[in-house]
Design a protein around this ligand. Structure first.
Ligand SMILES: NC(=O)c1ccc[n+]([C@@H]2O[C@H](COP(=O)([O-])OP(=O)(O)OC[C@H]3O[C@@H](n4cnc5c(N)ncnc54)[C@H](O)[C@@H]3O)[C@@H](O)[C@H]2O)c1
Length: 248
């Protein structure tokens, strides 16, 4: 049990990578605070965590809203007894071209992907510092923090921002024993990216050396490493979980 006795907050926990990570953390002994906008699916994640014998709380949260994020973190400490790990995972995608994109699309992506990671990280880190907790913060970026494609300019900018924010947080929070890292998922089959078009999947797989698309559990494995003592001397890095897609 690599997270025995730990308390983790997972945002975007109603679906995909967030749910997969919450369950992986629970399998390894963590109690989890689950945050998302989707209450019904959050309750399902909570039911699955409890079936693993761990405690879970559900907090409806817009990660772009400071008051809601602060409530999530304070409730976690009050009801679960601490805050050791934050997985800042909630995110939205976009299919808008640069020429056609609207301010509303820009704000939605930046408010969730960038401001959400900033607000969650700051609120969690303030609690960790105050309580003297040597915590681990894991931000979810993307392979699109490094490369990009048509119709992804703002999304890529948000994920590039997450990557740089991660480095800055690692530099400032290291003195408090807090590690901050990020994960860059590649093509992972989730609600955001159902990958149902077989022709498209086969085009994608031409560029994936490991020859398959990823699963939430693939990403959860990297999150578990970064959350655990196995990564005690690791901070400020990105781990790409992409089957090698970024290499070519
Ligand atoms: N699936 C992929 O191929 C892929 C690739 C690279 C990066 N990512 C990143 O992984 C993360 C998780 O995505 P996923 O693929 O599991 O998608 P998903 O759609 O299955 O899950 C995302 C969750 O975030 C929640 N969410 C959205 N906006 C929110 C907000 N403002 N506040 C709180 N919750 C909010 C959604 O309700 C959803 O449950 C995202 O940051 C995404 O950018 C995914």
């Amino acid at each position: 049990m690599r997270l025995a006795g730990k308390i983790a907050v997972v945002t975007g926990a109603a679906s995909g990578i967030g749910r997969g990570t919450a369950l992986r953390f629970a399998e390894e002994g963590a109690d989890v605070a689950l945050a998302d906008l989707n209450e019904a699916s959050l309750e399902e994640t909570s039911r699955q965590v409890r079936a693993l014998g761990r405690r879970a709380i559900v907090q409806l949260t817009d990660v772009g809203d400071r008051a809601q994020v602060e409530k999530l973190m304070s409730r976690t400490v009050e009801e679960l007894g601490g805050l050791d790990v934050l997985m800042a995972n909630a995110g939205v995608g976009s299919g808008a071209s640069f020429l056609d994109g609207t301010d509303e699309q820009y704000d939605r992506i930046m408010d969730t992907n960038m401001r959400g990671v900033y607000l969650c990280g700051q609120a969690a880190a303030r609690i960790m510092v105050e309580r003297g907790t040597p915590g681990s913060i894991i931000n979810i970026a993307s392979t699109y923090s490094e490369v990009t494609a048509p119709n992804s300019s703002v999304y890529s900018a948000s994920k590039g921002g997450v990557r740089m924010l991660t480095k800055g947080m690692a530099v400032e929070l290291g003195q408090h024993g807090i590690r901050v890292n990020c994960i860059g998922p590649g093509w992972i089959r989730t609600g955001m990216n159902p990958l149902t078009d077989e022709a498209r999947v086969s085009r994608i797989l031409n560029g994936v050396p490991l020859g398959r698309v990823g699963t939430p559990r693939d990403v959860a494995g990297a999150a578990l490493f970064l959350a655990s003592e196995d990564a005690a001397y690791v901070t400020g890095i990105i781990i790409f979980v992409d089957g090698g897609w970024i290499l070519q």
